[in-house]
Design a protein around this ligand. Structure first.
Ligand SMILES: NC(=O)C1=CN([C@@H]2O[C@H](COP(=O)(O)OP(=O)(O)OC[C@H]3O[C@@H](n4cnc5c(N)ncnc54)[C@H](O)[C@@H]3O)[C@@H](O)[C@H]2O)C=CC1
Ligand SMILES: O=C(O)[C@H]1O[C@H](OP(=O)(O)OP(=O)(O)OC[C@H]2O[C@@H](n3ccc(=O)[nH]c3=O)[C@H](O)[C@@H]2O)[C@H](O)[C@@H](O)[C@@H]1O
Length: 455
């Protein structure tokens, strides 16, 4: 099938490349000249494991452009809108990029039946709104209304950064919401190889141990839109819940890792997303929980549970600094090494990264912050040159003369640092493990004071 993906960020590029790999003809369009130049040169503008390899395999089915006129929208079966939907200051979603994309697509629709798909996370009602934008743009361009040439669908995305390709090729479910059953049929055909799981598995990606057919959830537009917000908010509150219990665990001398294991083995609860730590960050949990609360307000509803998950999450970031102060007594004049700057491992993304708030809070208290990250420092220097953080390309430089190490992101290489050897570089052998990730017993055996979360 012929596919256009508008927006080549973490979601759009992953989706486009995966669909190209499955044999569809995909145009990936972005307004960023730089991103498209990079892609045309055979490189990837984002760090996502497996993406360069899959692009190389799908190359013959992929075209990259910044020009809507080159995208052959008039003959395209499916257009994915996968542009950013960041937060407005009041928490609602900023839909300006979606609007620009919908209008640009509407102007160029032809007689061929095209499904315009909201893949971006967009508030309830956006499907209808995008439909109206596309229709109006078409009418302005052609002088008459479109006559059943297009339908709108909502196909929310559930991939996680850092395992985006794996999540795309081996999804738990695919959700398609539409009022027009033709749109559901087209998307079911598009996703057939994923639904049936009958494509050659790329050798460079991990494979699920057991895997059968994937569930296709079909529903109306509003339900699909709400599934996305409800799922993200539920995951966010699951983490905040375990962090709330972690706070109590450390007061009463219990261990949150054992508690989470004991809880998670109940199949009604499940073990995933029960890792206590300094909380969630990233481009979506914060944004989407805020947007859900904001949408509820429009309908005169409070969302106290979702709001509390947000509050608890921020409290974890403050807790790190309070804990450090408790350990070191005086923070002013101290040096702290932050290990990991991206919001999670295997990504270079800094959106709502806990490291940013933790750095700000430490710097306000007179602490010198040395930060290391295996892949995110380029973005950090570009986006946050004035944060006051000393970005260190070498982890040994970051820990030199530090009064404490804070593990912020669980990059595997931090577990494998030569902890015994590097101890002499520190002024004070204190490790605050914000992800309960390091080898506690080993560190203690080397003479470190180890502080975890909820232990
Ligand atoms: N990042 C993630 O893990 C996930 C993100 N989502 C949602 O997917 C959407 C996209 O997120 P990301 O890929 O992370 O964003 P991103 O910021 O990485 O990429 C968005 C891209 O859209 C481009 N763009 C903006 N306006 C455009 C236009 N008019 N025409 C063409 N391109 C345009 C930008 O230049 C940018 O490259 C958001 O709504 C997000 O909430 C959903 C699931 C997972
Ligand atoms: O809408 C989105 O953008 C995506 O948001 C999350 O994916 P992502 O933010 O990429 O990464 P996660 O693996 O969910 O991690 C989010 C944050 O939670 C933290 N986390 C995760 C799991 C856990 O048990 N504890 C915990 O603190 C991570 O360190 C990270 O900061 C969801 O998991 C995806 O399903 C969704 O598509």
């Amino acid at each position: 099938m012929k596919v256009l993906v508008v927006g080549t960020g973490y979601v759009g590029l992953t989706t486009g490349v995966a669909l190209g790999y499955l044999g569809h003809h995909v145009v990936c369009l972005d307004v960023s000249e730089e991103k498209i130049r990079t892609l045309k040169a055979g490189k990837t503008p984002i760090y996502e494991p497996g993406l360069p390899e899959l692009i190389a395999l799908a190359r013959g089915n992929l075209k990259f452009t910044t020009d809507y006129d080159e995208a052959e929208i008039g003959e395209t079966d499916v257009v994915f809108i996968s542009v950013g939907t960041p937060s407005n200051p009041d928490g609602s979603a900023d839909l300006r990029y979606v609007q620009q994309a919908a209008e640009a697509v509407g102007q160029r629709l032809g007689e061929h039946f095209t499904v315009v798909v909201n893949k971006s996370t967009v508030p309830i009602g956006s499907g209808n709104w995008v439909g109206a934008l596309v229709r109006d743009a078409y009418e302005r361009q052609n002088g008459h209304k479109p006559n059943g040439h297009f339908a709108v669908a909502s196909n929310p995305e559930f991939l996680r950064q850092g395992s985006g390709l794996y999540d795309t090729l081996y999804p738990d479910r695919i959700v398609v919401g539409a009022e027009d059953s033709r749109a559901i049929d087209v998307l079911a055909n598009l996703y057939r190889p994923l639904l049936n799981q009958d494509f050659p598995a790329p050798s460079f990606l991990p494979r699920p141990e057991r895997f059968g057919a994937v569930a296709l959830v079909t529903c109306d537009l509003a339900s699909a839109e709400l599934i996305k917000y409800a799922a993200n908010s539920f995951l966010a509150l699951k983490i905040s819940y375990v962090n709330e219990i972690a706070q109590l665990a450390s007061k009463v001398g219990a261990d949150i890792t054992q508690i989470a294991r004991g809880m998670g083995l109940d199949s009604r609860i499940g073990p995933r997303f029960l890792e206590a730590g300094i909380g969630w960050g990233g481009s979506c949990f914060g944004k989407d929980t805020a947007a859900l609360v904001s949408t509820a307000h429009e309908y005169n509803l409070e969302m106290p549970i979702v709001q509390s998950a947000r509050d608890v999450n921020y409290r974890q970031r403050v807790w790190v600094v309070e804990k450090l102060q408790e350990e070191l007594k005086i923070l002013k004049g101290r040096t702290v090494a932050l290990l990991g700057f991206s919001f999670k491992e295997n990504t270079d993304d800094l959106r709502d990264a806990p490291s940013l708030d933790i750095s700000r809070l430490l710097i306000q208290r007179g602490v010198r912050v040395n930060a290391h990250d295996p892949v995110a420092l380029g973005n950090a220097r570009r986006l946050y040159p004035d944060l006051g953080v000393n970005y260190c390309d070498d982890v040994h430089e970051a820990i030199q003369d530090a009064d404490a190490i804070i593990l912020v992101t669980k990059w595997p290489e931090y577990r494998e640092l030569p902890w015994e050897e590097i101890k002499h570089k520190l002024r004070n052998a204190l490790v605050l493990d914000g992800r309960n990730f390091l080898k506690e017993e080993e560190l203690e055996a080397f003479g470190y004071r180890y502080v975890g979360v909820g232990k």
